[in-house]
Ligand binder design. Structure first.
Ligand code: MN
Length: 392
């Protein structure tokens, strides 16, 4: 249990947080931070201990980057999250056991009565104001996307077996699309940050009434976790509450939520992919112009990568480029894995190609590819339903 009080110029807040392993997991792969004005929840994913490594790195890096930046703001917070993303990604490259690890992140930094939020994944931030609860963050999950596209109803999404499959995670690539958002706070507001271990078993309405409790904040955190455990505790549960004791008034509070996405994430993604290719291309051109076909062939012979051949995951021998229309790589191994088997947040990595030092190394990479079913909550059945209909 962590409890703090924070005062930021003309606003003051009080916070409490609690995390629990739940009833079905061996380890707690959630990480959280409760500071005076900075609050974060991260839910790690990945095999072995990778999940807790990822969430731990992310939270520590954001705390440190934010502390160095001095003050909160959407820009500094975004930089802190991008920096955390790179740390997780780089660490995953260094250790074979950690390949494919990732984490959600939901972070709030409060400055002068404004809550700056940054968010990737399906840990959530709610606002409780005047007794009403509003989900402030949008989940980056397949089902949330399907609901947005009208392919699934909100009710169907709540019980969908794939509901925890993420479309975005921190650490999946060198850059990440981050949602940022600003919230003008008023005295009496309460923010609830939580991992999906809570929201998987409690509806928004239930959360609203439980979290609006006038009891001590720590007691309320404990009650929420107890309730999730009473309902099976299928996953790690992290709950943070932030109360706004006072905030500057007079700044139009009628429309409190101003939301803004990181500018043009698509463009950034395209830009990134081009630059990877551009680098290989420039090096290839330099070698060709220098008449070093032999050097180029030697480089190509030493190179391996894992990528898609159509929709199938394959191991390639060579370089992920063509030169004068000649493919610099060929498929060495076709695996049985298809794009739909790969966790959505990891597909972009494969589209770009993951470099390997040898065929054996490439095979290890294939074995470590996170699967669709490896969402943050592999145990998809929170409570055995007594009215089961599927028994033979
Ligand atoms: Mn979780």
């Amino acid at each position: 249990m962590t409890t703090t009080r924070g005062r930021v110029e003309d606003a003051s807040v009080r916070a409490a947080g609690l995390s629990d392993v739940g009833r079905a997991r061996e380890r707690n792969e959630d990480a959280s931070f409760v500071g005076e004005t900075l609050f974060a929840v991260a839910d790690g994913l990945g095999g072995h201990r990778a999940g807790e490594v990822a969430s731990g790195i992310a939270v520590a890096e954001i705390e440190s980057a934010q502390r160095k930046a001095g003050r909160a703001g959407s820009d500094t917070l975004l930089r802190a999250v991008q920096s955390a993303n790179r740390r997780v990604f780089e660490r995953a490259q260094e250790e074979p056991d950690l390949l494919g690890m990732g984490t959600t992140i939901t972070v709030v930094a409060i400055d002068r009565g404004v809550a700056h939020l940054a968010h990737v994944g399906d840990s959530r931030c709610y606002l409780i104001r005047d007794g009403a609860i509003t989900q402030v963050t949008q989940d980056h999950t397949l089902v949330a996307r399907m609901v947005a596209e009208g392919k699934l109803s909100a009710e169907e999404a709540e019980v969908h077996p794939q509901r925890s499959v993420l479309t975005r995670a921190l650490g999946a690539g060198p850059n990440v699309d981050v949602d940022t958002l600003e919230l003008q706070l008023v005295a009496g507001d309460r923010l609830l940050l939580c991992s999906d271990g809570l929201t998987a078993v409690m509806s928004d309405d239930e959360l609203g009434s439980a979290a609006a409790s006038a009891a001590d904040m720590e007691v309320t955190c404990r009650e929420l976790i107890d309730e999730a455990n009473n309902r099976g505790g299928p996953d790690n549960i992290t709950v943070l509450l932030v109360d706004v004791l006072s905030a500057p008034d007079g700044r139009g509070t009628a429309a409190p939520v101003a939301s803004s996405k990181e500018p043009a994430p698509q463009e950034e993604r395209r830009h990134r992919r081009v630059s990877v290719r551009l680098l290989v291309w420039l090096a290839v051109v330099a070698l060709v112009v220098g008449g070093s076909w032999a050097a180029l062939r030697a480089w190509s012979d030493r190179s391996w990568y894992v990528g898609f051949e159509g929709t199938r995951v394959a191991i390639y021998h060579g370089l992920p480029t063509t030169i004068f229309g000649i493919d610099m790589s060929e498929v060495e191994v076709r695996t049985a894995m298809t794009a739909s088997d790969v966790a959505p947040f990891f597909r972009l990595r494969l589209e770009e190609g993951i470099g390997a030092r040898s065929l054996a190394h490439a095979r290890r990479i294939v074995a470590q590819i996170p699967r669709s079913a490896d969402g943050p909550t592999p145990t998809q059945t929170p409570t055995p339903t007594p009215t089961g209909t599927a028994s033979p």
